[in-house]
Design a binder for this molecule. Structure first.
Ligand code: SAH
Length: 470
């Protein structure tokens, strides 16, 4: 086989990012935009020793779950990977992915998919995954979007998204992104018109020139409050007072600038300038009210977040007497959920602004049994354990995709809580960490997936690990 040769493949699996995977004579092919069950014709792009990449030429026989994408730029845009798969099949894909990772990487032999529950009696150490928590309406669920600003091919200023794996700008289609808030379009128009009128340039990555890099929009779904933050390659925004007046007129609660003058892929800059408003928005999840600053992490799907936290709370099995640690706590959302049912909750988070939010959020909700530490979980937890002899009945972790650092897991094992509730946005690292904790005396007892990111290949998992009887 060589470049541009044609091949016919049946797609058997989807990769991490939703890329179709097929096999031919033991060799693995990755075909973007091909779905599980599709029979496709593809053209060879690049070949490595054991695997290669091929471009989809045509679908010879569509997969049973194949649907027409709703968004006209679904294939080009890096945001969605699964729009051409029916929602039902997306959910199956996600459950299977988590199950496979926990089995293969996590070594959890007895794990069964919800539909395999009937096999539980004949499976040694059976654990049946609880059914995925789905969305009723899997569109327009995001409360936040970061739009890169650039130019269309014919030179018009535009907002869009990056193509998958590259920084080619895909302009937003008419009607905007179907995962984001409907109001985003109007706000982007105000900002782009303002830039056009005053000759304010968009940032050019290759030359490191121009001013406006990204526009971050975040909306409190419950409060309705809208926050705008312009990420700029400079210290000031010319005619900022005009933009402020226009956005105020459009009902925006807060406008800020994030200064990012570095050549970097990181979106947000290191410091923020508030132009008006409090610089944060407030929102509610369930009964609790939260303040969210621009640099703080806040889950993007508020409807599903409530269900995620309820699941974590249920798995934590609190009676009111427990000491609980919430590692990677962000603005304290899970901590404060837990605090309502625990004796004391300690949160740990590395972003200082998020910890300020967390402390303020505790006060705001009249919660006095929550305390927050700034720092890396893998530093703060061992320190507190060794110097202050702190203990834990339950430890909740919600790490970023790379999972928990080993020093953190080692301290968890030393502290020996009754239960570890692991909230994960990457089931491969979840598998790795489950394996480590299993080696240290814990057993996986419950698993539930939550679809926080419909149309993308990502999925959230809550896993309960219970200390084995001595
Ligand atoms: N539980 C929170 C946040 C989860 S996102 C929520 O549901 O909103 C993961 C968080 O971990 C982010 O806020 C990130 O800033 C923080 N973080 C990343 N690495 C960390 C580390 N080593 N120690 C502590 N916090 C970390």
């Amino acid at each position: 086989m060589k470049k541009n040769d044609r091949l016919v493949l049946t797609i058997e699996d989807l990769g991490e990012d939703g890329v179709g995977i097929g096999r031919l004579d033991g060799y693995i092919w990755f075909v973007k935009d091909a779905l599980i069950g599709d029979m496709v014709e593809a053209s060879v792009m690049k070949m490595k020793k054991n695997y290669g990449f091929a471009r989809l030429v045509q679908i010879l026989k569509p997969a049973p779950g194949r649907v027409k994408a709703r968004c006209p730029v679904a294939r080009a845009c890096g945001g969605c990977q699964l729009q051409e798969l029916s929602y039902e099949e997306q959910l199956h894909f996600k459950e299977r992915k988590v199950c496979n990772h926990l089995k293969r990487i996590g070594g959890v032999g007895g794990l069964l998919l919800p539909e395999e529950a009937a096999l539980a009696d004949e499976t040694p150490d059976a654990i049946v995954m609880e059914p995925i928590i789905r969305m009723e309406e899997p569109w327009r669920y995001r409360n936040k979007a970061q739009y890169p600003i650039g130019h269309t091919k014919d030179g018009r200023l535009t907002a869009g998204f990056y193509a998958g794996r590259t920084h080619a700008l895909i302009p937003l289609p008419e009607g905007g992104c179907l995962l984001s808030s409907e109001e985003d379009q109007g706000l982007l128009k105000v900002i782009l018109d303002f830039m056009q009128e005053y000759g304010i340039q968009s940032y050019q990555e290759t030359e490191h020139t121009g001013l406006v890099r990204h526009v971050l929009l975040r909306k409190g779904f419950y409060s309705g409050q809208q926050m705008v933050c312009l990420v700029i390659n400079g210290e000031t925004l010319p005619h900022a007072e005009v933009l402020s007046a226009r956005l105020k007129g459009a009902g925006v609660a807060s406008l800020s600038l994030s200064v990012n003058m570095e050549r970097t892929n990181v979106i947000m800059g290191k410091h923020t300038i508030h132009l008006y408003g409090p610089g944060y928005i407030t929102d509610r999840i369930g009964k609790l009210e939260y303040r969210v600053s621009p640099d703080s992490f806040y889950q993007v799907n508020p409807l599903q977040t409530k269900k995620l936290y309820e699941t974590a709370l249920e798995f934590a099995g609190l009676t009111g007497n427990e000491t609980v640690w919430d590692l990677y706590c962000g603005i304290g959302t899970i901590s404060l959920f837990l605090a309502q049912k625990a004796r004391m909750v300690y949160g740990v988070e590395v972003v200082l602004q998020a910890v300020w939010d967390a402390r303020e959020n505790a006060l705001r909700n009249g919660i006095h049994n929550a305390e927050f530490f700034v720092g890396e979980a893998e530093e703060v937890l061992p320190q507190q354990y060794e110097q202050n002899q702190i203990r834990a009945d339950v430890i909740v972790v919600d790490p970023p995709r790379k999972g928990c650092a080993q020093a953190c897991l080692d301290t968890i094992l030393k502290m020996a809580p009754d239960r570890v509730v692991y909230v994960s946005c990457d089931s491969a690292t979840l598998g790795r960490d489950v394996k480590y904790l299993s080696g240290g005396g814990y057993r996986l007892t419950r698993v539930r997936t939550i679809d926080m990111f419909p149309m993308s290949g990502h999925v959230e998992t809550v896993a309960l690990l219970t200390k084995k009887a001595q």
